[in-house]
Design a binder for this molecule. Structure first.
Ligand code: BES
Ligand code: MN
Ligand code: ZN
Length: 500
């Protein structure tokens, strides 16, 4: 879907979308259209018992007499004073869904500057365009026999306003973030026979085209560094493991201490020798969604030329059962020197992250580290698919993440890291074991293991197991499937607190 920006005019074809304020009040552009339709718009609004301009409501009118258009779509803006970025994104997203459902191929959305609205006109356009982009995502490259009527129809959306140049400039960075989200969704959607460590590494290397420095650690180098925990997870796989490091230095001072994002990239999680039941195992192709989010985030930040120094580090491994796989009871030595008893080979994410977090902290001495990981099934039991779990050793960082979550629509809920949970991962034979006390506080004990590898550095762990994949897709800007969770959230965190 193509998005354009233009001054206001009445198109000769397709669908025209205009906003209606709370209580059915017409926006200036709606009034203008209404006049050309000899009052038919106002009449339709008045006649509809269900449509009153309530935010995000939609009313479709067909073939207005006197205009060459296919249809006019009325979209509720609610009260001007209450409009915010998320609402405009949802509006753009809803419009795209409605147009695809109607089989429309081209549409124009007219937005006006509204008295009392906290967003400028160009911000409204930018956010609506962002939401439209997010909602238009499809992953259908493997569907060779899709019926015509099942394919999305919308080819072009024109965002009209009387400040189209400023709107286009404001929309550009939002569209770059959208491209980052698309990359994450693509990587997470791809099956594990196509995207495995070596092929994800190729996608990462392609980011050097937009100014990201890429460095790879191969298994030999990881062995020299003593990364026994990460290597142990990959040991049963035919595929080589990698750590990929992406650097974007956009701050005024190139030497400024960076912020760091770390991702779990288990490209398929069978559970290893502690093998998972076959029912639903195919979902474990998205066990690299943390890494996917970091990769998409780096693309977003570099794409919009964020004025910050950022490092993204992902640990890419495949967890397979094999004659050479690690066994329950094995003891591995991490890069930190600490040893871990592997009670369950399916608790592999924390093993991977223990080495990646330690490496990132020691190598880059970042201001903070945020890791993203589809770490525990227990977080889905706790929080479902609306909010990700946040674990954080630093209140300021936690507050900032919670705020960025609210503002971006990718919400978090803070869970504890109390010291009493820490002793639950003590081992009889090694420094720690990779599972806690049975089913108790499974997400917390996983986070506690990670914490042993970050020392005093401000750090947050986002358990995104419930957020990476949407079985339903009931949110305006997140279609069914890979959500791209984390890109919008962390882009917002960087934008609001860490840009010079
Ligand atoms: N990748 C899984 C967690 C997961 C579950 C992600 C469902 C997405 C959806 C993780 O590696 C895992 O297997 N965790 C185990 C830990 C247990 C063995 C302590 C779990 O949650 O059951
Ligand atoms: Mn697992
Ligand atoms: Zn896993």
């Amino acid at each position: 879907m193509k998005i354009d920006y233009a001054e206001i005019s009445v198109p000769e074809s397709g669908t025209l979308i205009v906003g209606i304020l709370a209580d059915g009040e017409l926006t200036p552009s709606a009034k203008d259209i209404d006049e050309r339709m000899s009052g038919a718009l106002a009449k339709a609004v008045a006649a509809s018992a269900r449509f009153s301009g309530k935010k995000n409501s939609i009313l479709a009118l067909i073939a207005p007499a006197g205009l060459a258009l296919n249809r006019v779509l009325l979209i509720g803006l609610g009260k001007a004073a209450e409009i915010d970025a998320l609402q405009m994104q949802a509006l753009g997203g809803r419009a795209v869904s409605a147009l695809n459902k109607a089989g429309e191929s081209e549409a124009a959305l007219i937005l006006d500057s509204l008295e009392g609205c906290p967003l400028s006109l160009e911000q409204m356009v930018a956010e609506a365009g962002f939401g439209a982009r997010l909602a238009a995502y499809r992953f259908d490259k493997y569907r060779t026999k899709q019926k015509e009527e099942d394919k999305p129809t919308l080819e072009s959306l024109t965002l009209m306003s009387d400040r189209s140049e400023a709107a286009e400039a404001a929309a550009a960075p939002r569209q770059r973030v959208g491209e980052g989200v698309y990359l994450t969704r693509d990587l997470v959607s791809e099956p594990s026979n196509v995207k495995y460590p070596a092929t994800i590494v190729e996608d990462i290397e392609a980011l050097s085209d937009i100014g990201i420095d890429v460095e790879l650690l191969h298994e030999d180098r990881m062995r020299e560094l003593g990364m026994g925990a990460l290597l142990g997870v990959g040991q049963g796989s035919r595929r080589e493991s990698y750590i990929a490091i992406m650097r974007w230095n956009g701050a005024e001072n190139q030497d400024e201490q960076p912020v760091a994002f770390v991702g779990k990239g288990v490209t398929f999680d069978t559970g290893g020798i502690s093998i998972k039941p076959s029912n639903g195992m195919e979902e474990m192709k998205y066990d690299m969604a943390g890494a996917g989010a970091v990769i998409g985030l780096m693309k977003a930040l570099a794409g919009r030329k964020a004025r910050a120094n950022v490092v993204g580090v992902v640990g890419l491994v495949e967890n397979m059962p094999d004659g050479n796989a690690q066994r329950p009871g094995d003891v591995v030595t991490t890069m930190s020197g600490q040893t871990i008893e592997v009670i369950n080979t399916d608790a592999e994410g924390r093993l991977v992250l223990s080495d990646v977090l330690w490496y990132t902290n020691k190598t880059f001495k970042p201001k903070f580290m945020v890791d993203l990981a589809t770490l525990t099934g227990a977080i889905i039991v706790s929080l479902g698919t609306y909010q990700a779990g946040l674990f954080c050793n630093d209140d300021e960082l936690a507050e900032r993440l919670l705020a960025a979550g609210k503002a971006s629509g990718e919400e978090l809920w803070r869970l504890p890291l109390g010291s009493r949970y820490d002793k639950d991962i003590n081992s009889e034979i090694a420094d720690m074991k990779n599972v806690g006390k049975g089913r108790e506080a499974g997400s917390v004990t996983a986070a506690k293991l990670l914490q042993r590898f970050v020392e005093e550095t401000p750090w947050a762990h986002l358990d995104i197991a419930g957020m990476a994949w949407m079985k339903r897709g009931d949110e305006a800007v997140v279609p069914k499937g890979a959500s791209g969770f984390g890109v919008r959230l962390l882009d917002k965190l960087v934008a609001d607190y860490y840009e010079s």
